[in-house]
Design a protein around this ligand. Sequence first.
Ligand code: SF4
Length: 717
Amino acid sequence: LARPHVATTATTCPYCGVGCGIRARANPDGTAQIEGDPQHPANHGRLCVKGSALGETTDLRGRLLHPMQRGVDGSLQRIGWDAALDHVAEGFGRVIARHGPDAVAFYVSGQLLTEDYYVVNKLAKGYLGTANIDTNSRLCMSSAVAGHKRAFGEDAVPGCYADLEQAELIVLVGANTAWCHPIVYQRIVKAKEGAAPPRMVVIDPRRTATCEIADLHLPLQPGTDVWLFNGLLAYLFQHGAVDASFVDAHTAGFAQALAAAQADAADPAEVARICGVQLADLLRFYDWFAQCARTVTLFSQGVNQSSSGTDKVNSIINCHLAGGRIGRPGMGPFSLTGQPNAMGGREVGGLANMLAAHMELDNPLHRQLVQSFWQSPRIAEHPGLKAMELFEAIGAGKVKAVWIMATNPVVSLPDADRVKQALARCEFVASSDVVTHTDTNAFAQILLPALAWGEKDGTVTNSERRISRQRAFLPIPGEARADWQIVCEVARRLGFAQGFCFESAHAIFAEHAQLTAWRNQPFSQDGAPAAPRLLNLRGLAQLDRAAYDAMPPLQWPIAADGGTERLFADGCFAHPDGRARFVATAARPPVHAADEAYPLVLNTGRVRDQWHTMTRTGKAPRLTGHVAEPFVDMHPHDALRCGVREGELARVHSRWGALVARVKHGGGILAGQVFVPIHWNDQFASDARVGSVVNPVADPVSGEPEFKHTPVCVEPF
Ligand code: SF4
């Protein structure tokens, strides 16, 4: 298994949505030398501890190196690729023949490269004729997607990281950036050390590490964000801080949004009471926002992972539109993506309600356009099942075959024990993965070995719309194959050779880029003139292989003269009339309130040095040393009331499930709340999956689950 020495390769970090550039060199022992790429605009050579430790995680311990089939006794047997691919094609083909295309599904991942994502979406929507393909990006980003589409007409982040260095005010909402997007945080730290330091406000129920450099922390009650931002909109109007000329010229719906905001939140004292913050602090934030034209509002999972996540996003965007704080340097609402390619997946239609190139499944013109470009036999006719619905349908026996790629839903979905039960009764489960043993793979009948980071080749898109190349610098281990290759082989076996004869990631990217540019002209469902799609890679549509290999990081839209730093500079948005939309957001509390039986509110999230279910970061001692085991962080008063003590094991349970973790204090948690990290699973410790405790509730618009608010109780173990 020793690997030969190869030259330094420019690639991209596989962890968070910051999308840092890396220079990597393989060592003969399977490890790698890693350093930040000084040429990459996202990080200018900096790396956080996770990115720096990548070289310690590339060995082959635990790797799935050969196709495997589960025998009747439950054991895994090695089989050949042809047999494995035949099994998958036969399993899907059999179910479709008996029950129709909506009886099969794919559940994929923001860890896939854009090219992988493109091919599997093409197979599902254009060839099998089902939109039952959803992604774990549903769990982190779909509220931002829905909010962008409602406000701008398309899923697009307006600004760029460079805006952080030009802002007067940086507001972070539901984002522990110091731990979860560390290089963005370092850019803010550097800006604060500069000649014109921006003010910084952190809005988060917890006093996280991000608060260390904040000028103001608003520890709002979980789920009250819409009240806070509706209150801000009402305040801006009352204090003459609405840019009437911008609102009149470039937006629609202001009066309705303002009326909704005033109905909820006209009185700052009442807003402060509902949000649980000091009135003076609330007014200081409102005043700073009103005074600072150059304001960037960064938001992440604390906003998105909510039963009102889409409204939270739009309540933030409303405030930016009201002041015209968008499209110019140093300003704009800014969604921080969780995964390395959550954005790229969305670009090729990686959500069950989307088509490739940011087109809409429920728009017949878009369906016709994509089908005619693909020359595919059919096109899915209605949006498919979103992540939680998809596994409910598996449990109900409506979806009978599922192919899971690069993700671990038995750990990561809410009500995760139900996901286990669903997979246990599913007629056919295939899993493409880089590791053999995961909580999800235990239910797969066929395991397909995929290439890992360092071995695969393609592109990812980060939070600022920047497409970067991930390049291979390690040899292919065992019989692993690229995800797109595996999908193409199955497609051919299902009789779809014509659409899946790609020979390289470059060929797929070229087709994707051509589709974004193809007939990208004004039209809308009712035939009225419309703005062209923003996701346009026209400048990359004719790239040859050498140019693709050498492609520098670029922000879309990409024309012949290069990428685009900021969107909407001309005040023209992607709705058919070119206007942005205010959205009336009526505030509402989380679906399940704490009560006598479950008096505490569970919040979940990442820790600094771990990533997802730890299949990679769990290998590096310097990462596992930061936080060695699962914990429940709680206020000392709550611990006393619950009869548990710091350092002891406790059981955290909700109406849906339970976990066991060690009690900890000092994580900045307020009384009435507890925090449990998302990473641990049954491969590392038994009863450690926080997903089994989380309530199965989702935002009605985006389908994103409410990971930040589950009533629980804590008791001695
Ligand atoms: Fe990787 Fe994110 Fe760290 Fe950058 S900030 S090195 S992308 S984990």
